[in-house]
Design a protein around this ligand. Structure first.
Ligand code: NAD
Length: 712
């Protein structure tokens, strides 16, 4: 049989191999085309007495990558996701009850709907490749598995394991999947994969799912079993400490697994579909899909890269400054196979930078994330030096020396003296405008900002800053390098603090300003977490260090005054200055807004005396709003001023750069979701109470009048 999406080939042993190969797509996706083809072939296998069993395989690199997000995004009313989910389940239910063995032969990723198809098979045999991923990642896009995932996992592995797999959405490697009982066998290679699947069919002619046996019991008990009930007593509060109630999918997943654990298979399936529909219709899911699927994919495909410049690769990289950032940049680059020259003022300092990289890799070896051989090969690619001559032949140099204009200018000149004419020179400055730094360069067209985040090995984003003179080719090469090391690039125009540091600072400064107004510090910190930010503002300021912020504030004031512009101090500055004068400069000193000890952090009791909490405290909702509105408004200003070149850069940069509440879909999507006119009204009300920093950005005022949105 040949359908467009699945081909069926029955062997002499009576085992039919169905190969999924959705036409015109790089991967197999769960959509109408695939499910219709699957439904037809199941009927054919059921009705053909010569066929003894069915093996489900894939002709693509993946087994099946999951649901078709385009289809989901077109749903407008809850009936659509509900019916789509129920229709998929009908096919899968029929497949597992045709009275013949069905085996999934999984040679590539089986994720989301792909794993759900495999779960409806009587056995899963998986290629033993540690890069292969299994899992239910739906929660990351604000969804839950709507193809029976919560129902079958709970019945296969137990309620707690199901909750973990679906609630956390983590990838599962084949060996781990075998250990937990998610898959039946591993196969050493592709030929063995099919042979084992066929053999399984022949050995289990009467295969049935455990949940179709009369004496079926949930492994570990159903939702009423004492141990499980005890887990249910805790699960919601444990989840709340992570989500603060901002992720309805997490709640719906718990409800679906809990209720499913009290019901029979069919009723549990219908319940899951209802919760799936609720997730699919939620604003949170739309926000997550819009930014972390569509916009992120567009950026990764090069939406912000100048077209027409041929792709490039860095073979040899120079890193100036072997401090915390330089060592990190050297390490992630060497990891991508790039030869790295790591330069500092002395060979000892350069060696220390390499030692930092080694320490990180040693940890990774201990945790089994890399092998000693891989570590050694990586380290062999990093060459510490104090001699500029060693930079000869580098196609890219990144400076990560002290945040000091004179030091940066000196290293730029010294490096350029030995570099080839077309080498790119990049600065990892976090605050100094690129145009100013490029003045030290004899080829400002080749000068660019590559702003990494700390810790470099963990943070997924690099902010590329385009100076006034930066050439398109330089931008394209910077972009290609960022992708070469596996990070996501956003591209912004030059300005003080660029995009990420500038907007991130408004969050921290707003939290500090609240102190001055007599808001209890605990309420401030709570509001930051409730807003969905990864860290509360005062703790974050301690991490960044108050002295560093004060240094940036002073530098900004001097620069603006030198340009003849008026400097408007933020109310929070007085607080930062006062703490710094008392030596409370942050975590590195063990004291800032908090006292930092080995056993964690505690708010400094003296803060209450310096900034006594007012008798009447503002509503928590008001604090949360302020912390979000101030960031979103600043992001809109960045777009209005042309610092941001696209809404996608703004949204993705805010989530990947400083962790802006992901369920809002990023700092600009937050405005679109609220509605521009409502946002403008809210910002004006906050400006009347708290000052002009809340005055809505000019583009928002214009959009509010025209009824348009920021995003497409
Ligand atoms: P760091 O103090 O840890 O490292 C700076 C290194 O530069 C030191 O090893 C120093 O010896 C070396 N150095 C100084 N002068 C030099 C010279 N003339 N030639 C060669 N090496 C020289 O600082 P860091 O935190 O790694 O920051 C480096 C740069 O990265 C700064 O511009 C900083 O603003 C920027 N940055 C820092 C962070 C962060 O979180 N720390 C984040 C983004 C960007």
């Amino acid at each position: 049989m040949k359908s467009a999406a699945i081909t069926l080939d029955t062997g002499a042993d009576g085992i039919a191999v169905a190969t999924m190969d959705l036409p015109g797509r790089p991967t197999n996706l769960v959509n109408d085309e695939l499910m219709t083809a699957l439904a037809q072939l199941v009927e054919r296998v059921a009705g053909d007495a010569a066929v003894k069993g069915l093996v489900l395989a894939s002709a693509k690199a993946d087994f099946c990558a999951g649901g078709d997000i385009d289809r989901m995004s077109a749903w407008t009313v809850p009936q659509e996701p509900y019916e789509a989910s129920m229709a998929m389940k009908a096919v899968l239910r029929r497949m597992e009850t045709i009275g013949k063995p069905v085996v999934a032969a999984i040679g590539g990723h089986a994720l989301g709907g792909g794993l759900e198809i495999a779960l409806a098979c009587h056995a899963r045999i998986v290629l033993d490749d540690p890069r292969l991923k299994l899992g239910q990642p739906e929660v990351k896009l604000g969804l839950l598995p709507g193809g029976g995932g919560t129902v079958r996992l709970a019945r296969l592995l137990g309620i707690q394991a199901a909750l973990q797999i679906v609630g956390e959405g983590k990838d599962i490697a084949p060996a781990q999947a075998l250990a937990m009982g998610l898959v039946s066998e591993l196969a050493p290679d592709r030929a063995a994969l099919l042979a084992q699947a066929r053999a399984w069919c022949l050995a289990h002619p009467k295969a049935r799912q455990p949940w179709d046996e009369a004496r079926f019991r949930f492994p570990g008990g159903d939702s009423r079993a004492p141990a499980v009930a005890q887990m249910w007593a805790l699960a919601p509060s444990v989840a709340a400490t992570r989500t603060w109630g901002n992720y309805p999918a997490v709640t719906h997943i718990m409800s679906s697994v809990f209720e499913g654990g009290l019901l029979d298979f069919d009723a549990a399936s219908a319940v899951e579909s209802r919760y799936f529909a609720a997730c699919a219709m939620s604003q949170e899911s739309r926000n997550l899909i819009g930014t972390l699927w569509y916009q992120l994919n567009a950026l990764r495909k090069g939406a912000s890269r100048p077209a027409g410049v041929p792709p490039s690769k860095v073979a040899r990289l120079g890193v100036l400054g072997a401090g915390m950032m330089g060592a990190g940049i050297a390490c992630v680059s060497a990891q991508a196979g790039i030869e790295v020259v790591l330069l500092d003022t002395t060979v000892e300092l350069a060696d220390q930078g390499k030692a930092q990289a080694q320490a990180r890799l040693d940890k990774a070896v201990k945790k089994g994330r890399t092998t000693p051989a891989q570590r050694d090969a990586l380290l062999a690619r990093i060459r510490p030096t104090a001699a500029y001559a060693d930079l000869a032949g580098c196609d890219l140099v990144i400076e990560a020396v002290f945040e000091d204009r004179a030091v940066k200018a000196a290293v730029t000149r010294q490096a350029e003296a030995v570099l080839g004419a077309d080498a790119v020179f990049a600065s990892n400055t976090s605050t100094l405008p690129i145009g100013g730094l490029a003045q030290a360069s004899v080829r400002p067209r080749n000068f660019i900002g590559l702003h990494f985040f700390s810790p470099v090995d963990q943070m997924p984003l690099v902010e590329i800053i385009v100076g006034r003179e930066t050439a398109d080719e330089t931008l394209a090469r910077g972009f290609d390098y960022v992708q070469q090391i596996g990070k996501t690039p956003i591209v912004v125009n030059d300005s003080r603090g660029f995009y990420t540091s500038r907007v991130f600072a408004t969050y921290v400064m707003e939290g500090i300003a609240m102190l001055l107004e007599g808001v209890h510090p605990r309420h401030i910190e709570q509001a930051g977490l409730q807003a969905g930010m990864p860290m509360p503002p005062l703790a974050l300021q301690d991490e960044v260090s108050l002295s560093l912020s004060l240094h940036v504030i002073e530098q900004t004031r001097k620069d603006l005054e030198a340009e003849g512009r008026t400097y408007r101090p933020h109310p929070a500055e007085a607080v930062i200055r006062r703490l710094c004068e008392a030596g409370r400069v942050g975590r590195k000193a063990g004291r800032g807004f908090y006292d930092w000890g080995d056993d964690g952090r505690r708010l400094w009791p003296g803060l209450r005396e310096w900034y006594p909490p007012a008798a009447a405290q503002p509503a928590q909702r008001e604090l949360i709003d302020r912390l979000l509105v101030v960031q979103a408004n600043e992001a809109a200003r960045c777009l209005d001023e042309g610092v941001l070149r696209s809404v996608a850069d703004g949204n993705v940069g805010s989530i990947l750069g400083w962790g802006f509440a992901p369920f809002h879909g990023g700092a600009l999507q937050y405005i679109d979701a609220v509605g521009v006119p409502r946002f403008v009204e809210r910002a004006r009300a906050l400006a009347a109470r708290h000052g002009p920093r809340f005055e809505p950005a000019a583009n928002l005022v214009r959009l509010a009048a025209s009824g348009a949105r920021l995003g497409a």
